[in-house]
Ligand binder design. Structure first.
Ligand SMILES: C[S@@+](CC[C@H](N)C(=O)[O-])C[C@H]1O[C@@H](n2cnc3c(N)ncnc32)[C@H](O)[C@@H]1O
Ligand code: SF4
Length: 375
C-alpha cells in the first residue's frame, strides 16, 4: 500500500503574479525555526506509532530549493522511508546548482521538479517570473551532473499575450531537455493576485478557453510524439516515469502533510494544518497539533471523490461505477471511450473533464464536518 509524505516549504524569493499558494517572501528569518518544527512534527507523528514507512516524499511549496540543502536533508532524515521511496523536491530554476543538488542526492532525493512555465521572455515577464531559458538549461544540466535520474518540468499555457507559436516554442525548448515527465497547467486567474488585478481592470485580457483548449491539443500531440503520454489530464510521462507521489493522491491512498497549509488524508479523514508558518512553528513548539481543521467523508462522498479523481487519469474508472445512460451518451458524443470494463476520457473529453464529471457523479456532502478551526 502506498503512503506519502508531503512537506510544504512556504518561502519564495519573489511572488509570481499569478500565484496564490501559501508562500511568503518576507519571512526568511523563520526558516531555521520552521525546519525544526517540521522535524518536531514528524517526530511527534512517529511517536504516535501510526505512521507507516513512506513510499514517496514530496517537498513542495513555495520554493523548497530556497532552504539550505542541509536543512532539507535533515527533514528528510526524520521521515521513516520504505525501500526505493520516490523523493521529489520542487525547485525554481534560478535557485538550484550542482552543489545543492549533490547534497540532495546524497540525502536520498531522486526526483526534481522545476517550475519552468515558459521559455519565452515576454510570457515569463507577464507571469512575473525571475528566470529565463538559460537558467532552465543550467538547472537541467545541474540535475544531470548531480546524477539525479528523474526530473519534471512544470509548464503553464494560456498566459495573456502568449501566441500559439510561443507555446510551440516553449514545448520544443523543453522537449530538447529530454525530461521524463512534464506537467502542463492551464493558467488560472486566482483572486487577489496581481494578475487578477490586471484582468479586473482590463489591462490584461482573461485567459481564453478556446485558446487554452487548442494549446492543450498541441501539447498532447507534441508530447506524445516525443514519447511522453498523458497519465493524468495535466501530467505526461515516458513509460515508468509517472510520479508515484501524485498518483497516490489520485488513487485515494493515505498521505501525511508536514508544514503549514499542508493537507493530509489518513484513515478516511482529510485534515489541514494552520496556514501561516509562524502559527505552525508556535503549535509544534508548544506540543500542540498543527491541524486547523478536518472532515470525514461519508462512504458516498468517498466514492464520488474516487470517481472524480479516477476519471482524470488514463486508467479511468470502472464502467459499472456510473449510471449507464449518461455514460452511453458521453461515449456517443466521443467524450468517453469504453476500454474493456473501464471508461476513459478521450482527448476531447479531457478538454471538458469537469463538465463530464458533473454529469457522471452525484456529489455528497461530508456527513461529519469536524471543523476545529481555532485561528
Ligand atoms: C506552487 S508552484 C511550486 C513550484 C516552484 N515554486 C515554481 O513555481 O517554480 C507549483 C506549480 O503550480 C503551477 N501553478 C501555480 N499557480 C498557478 C496558476 N495560477 N495557474 C496555473 N498553474 C499554476 C505552476 O506550474 C507551478 O510550477
Ligand atoms: S509559482 Fe512558485 S515561485 Fe512563484 S510564488 Fe508560487 S510558489 Fe513561489
Amino acid at each position: 500500500m502506498a503512503f506519502g509524505v508531503y512537506v510544504h516549504i512556504p518561502f519564495c524569493e519573489v511572488r509570481c503574479d499569478y500565484c496564490d499558494f501559501a508562500t511568503w517572501t518576507d519571512r526568511p528569518h523563520l526558516i531555521d525555526d520552521y525546519v525544526e518544527a517540521c522535524i518536531g512534527d514528524l517526530d511527534q507523528r512517529k511517536e504516535s506509532g501510526t505512521v507507516p514507512p513512506a513510499s514517496s516524499v514530496f517537498f513542495g511549496g513555495g520554493t523548497p530549493s530556497m532552504l539550505p540543502a542541509e536543512h532539507l536533508a535533515r527533514i528528510l532524515d526524520a521521515v521513516d522511508l520504505a525501500g526505493d521511496a520516490e523523493i521529489t523536491v520542487e525547485c525554481n530554476p534560478d535557485s538550484v546548482n550542482a552543489d545543492k543538488l549533490s547534497i540532495y542526492r546524497r540525502a536520498g532525493v531522486n526526483r526534481i521538479s522545476l517550475g519552468v512555465q515558459s521559455t519565452v521572455p515576454h510570457v515569463l515577464a507577464t507571469l512575473g517570473r525571475t528566470h529565463d531559458r538559460s537558467n532552465v538549461e543550467r538547472a537541467c544540466a545541474a540535475v544531470r551532473e548531480a546524477a539525479i535520474d528523474s526530473f519534471n518540468l512544470d509548464l503553464i499555457y494560456g498566459t495573456p499575450g502568449e501566441s500559439l507559436d510561443d507555446w510551440r516554442r516553449t514545448l520544443d525548448d523543453v522537449l530538447a531537455l529530454e525530461p521524463g515527465h512534464l506537467s502542463a497547467y492551464a493558467l488560472t486567474v486566482e483572486a487577489g493576485t496581481p494578475l487578477a488585478a490586471r484582468v479586473g481592470s482590463s489591462e490584461s485580457p482573461p485567459p481564453d478557453d478556446d485558446d487554452q483548449a487548442l494549446k492543450y491539443e498541441i501539447a498532447d500531440q507534441r508530447l506524445r510524439s516525443a514519447g511522453l503520454d498523458w497519465y493524468e489530464i495535466s501530467n505526461f510521462a515516458a513509460d515508468g516515469n509517472e510520479c508515484r507521489h501524485n498518483s497516490l493522491y489520485w488513487s485515494g491512498d493515505d498521505y501525511l502533510a508536514v508544514g503549514c497549509a499542508g493537507h493530509g488524508f489518513t484513515d478516511g479523514r482529510r485534515w489541514w494544518n494552520v496556514r501561516r508558518p509562524e502559527d505552525y512553528i508556535a503549535r509544534i513548539e508548544s506540543g500542540r497539533s498543527p491541524e486547523r481543521g478536518s472532515e470525514t467523508l461519508s462512504k458516498e462522498g468517498r466514492d464520488d471523490e474516487a470517481l472524480m479523481l479516477g476519471l482524470r487519469t488514463r486508467r479511468g474508472i470502472l464502467a459499472d461505477a456510473v449510471a449507464f445512460a449518461p455514460a452511453a451518451a458521453l461515449i456517443d458524443a466521443g467524450l468517453l471511450a469504453a476500454i474493456d470494463d473501464r471508461l476513459r476520457l478521450t482527448l476531447s473529453g479531457r478538454l471538458v473533464a469537469s463538465e463530464i464529471t458533473a454529469r457522471l457523479v452525484d456529489f455528497h456532502q461530508p456527513v461529519d464536518p469536524d471543523l476545529t478551526s481555532v485561528d
